[in-house]
Design a protein. Sequence first.
Length: 184
Amino acid sequence: MRGLVGTSGARSALVVMVTAQVVMVAVMTAAPLDMHLHGQGMGAVGVVLAAHTLGMFGLSPLTGKLVDRYGSGVVMIAGLVTLVVAVALVPVARLAGLFLLGYGWNLGFVGGSARLAKDLPEHQRSQVEGTVDGAVWMLAAVASLASTPLLALGGPITLSIIAAALTLTITATQSRLLTNPRHR
């Protein structure tokens, strides 16, 4: 992977994009099931899913403006921080938590995509973007499969703690690379 994703900025983008997808999918897969298990109806599930989807896609123009103004690294860090806040909120304020989960994913993905487009030579972009997509979707499938057993074993708080720990670890290990002025 190191040779395929040539710059440290592009590698950080891959790490953030994978993290955003894994955290979002794990928590989002389990949330409707947990709502159902606690007696909430399909209407409530639908409202929460709509808020989550709005967070994922509705604010993309704003995210693009943030990338243009502050750089992709700052936006990716904002995405990771937003994901931590989101997973902390999901067990206690599901609607707000899942909206923020969607928007944290958006920040990570739009910021990461911008970084890849900027840091990669044109002849490498399609191959690297395909590799990123493959890694993101493969690990998202694992997260989806793992989330419901984690929910069953430890509940939504345990799932949120695991998601927050992963996100905080990535934030700590990648923040220096993401805010490097060379990679804005």
